[in-house]
Design a protein around this ligand. Structure first.
Ligand code: NAP
Length: 254
């Protein structure tokens, strides 16, 4: 049953990977989508494809989610109400240990994964609360459930996403606003390329000899969560590829 047709969703980080696929699958259900990310040309290209293929309304907003003022201007520019906010924009930078990592990488991860997600939640949640309707879906990670060596700050940011999801649900207790999270394991997107500063070879090694998740696997779950009846609030879903059992247990063919 499609309960999503005619709704409006903001998807942050819609220029690639999980966000891009989520935007497409929501549009396929008849959801009007508002796509955000920093790469303007890519946003417009994706918007055009979705518009032509699914006939829904598509808007784009190119801004850096680390910039609170830009987030405010974006929300002020919205023309109608928002039913679904998919807080997906995020990244990892580096795999250096705590005694060797760069402050810049830490700032980028914290400012994007934690503060960016908070800014949009802060700005959109009062609108949802006022309408007594809406759904915030945060993209966490298995790294928000398990910390690993080389992921000191990435893991911390995703543990923060888990905490933010739980607190947001409690802050909105007694309203009809739903708050959910998805926690994926290894998904082959641009994620590893970004993590390794554009080194494609190093990024490819992450998925070598195993079958990782693809963006579609996670996007389908996000759509499933959004499409539950109004009284059903899925809090979290942990999704691994079958060949992964923890952050470091990854079975690879020789
Ligand atoms: P991806 O392909 O690299 O996509 C990341 C998206 O985030 C891009 O659209 C990017 O857009 C956007 N973004 C990054 N920094 C931003 C900023 N400062 N302002 C606005 N947008 C920004 O990676 P992905 O795998 O789809 O990642 C999506 C989410 O899933 C992230 O939160 C990530 O932590 C999470 N996740 C990924 C995996 C995985 O293995 N891939 C596993 C667990 C969780 P622009 O570059 O255009 O700004």
């Amino acid at each position: 049953m499609n309960r999503l047709k005619g709704k409006t969703a903001i998807i942050t980080g819609a220029t690639a990977g999980i966000g891009m696929k989520t935007a497409e699958l929501l549009a396929a259900e008849g959801v009007n989508v508002i796509l955000t990310g920093r790469r303007k040309a890519r946003l417009e290209e994706i918007a055009e494809t979705i518009r032509n293929k699914y006939g829904v309304e598509v808007e784009t907003a190119a801004f850096d989610i680390q910039d609170s003022k830009a987030c405010e201007s974006f929300v002020e520019s919205l023309k109608g109400s928002v039913d679904i906010l998919v807080n997906n924009a995020g990244l990892a930078k580096g795999t250096d240990p705590v005694f060797d990592a760069s402050f810049d990488d830490w700032d980028t991860m914290i400012d994007t994964n934690v503060k960016g997600l908070l800014y949009l939640s802060r700005l959109i949640s009062p609108l949802m609360k006022k309408r007594n309707a809406g759904h915030i879906i945060n993209v966490g990670s298995t790294a928000g459930h398990e910390s690993y060596a080389g992921g000191v700050v990435y893991s911390a940011t995703k543990h923060a996403v888990k905490a933010i999801t739980e607190s947001t649900k409690k802050d909105l207790h007694g309203t009809n606003v739903r708050v959910s999270m998805v926690s994926p394991g290894l998904v082959e997107t641009e994620f590893s390329e970004v993590r390794f500063y554009g080194d494609k070879e190093k990024a490819a090694k992450v998925y070598k000899g195993m079958k990782p998740l693809v963006a579609q696997d996670i996007a389908e779950i996000i759509v499933f969560i959004a499409n539950r009846p109004d009284h059903v609030n899925i809090m979290d879903t942990i999704i691994y590829p079958v060949s992964q059992s923890s952050a470091t247990m990854v079975h690879r063919d020789e």
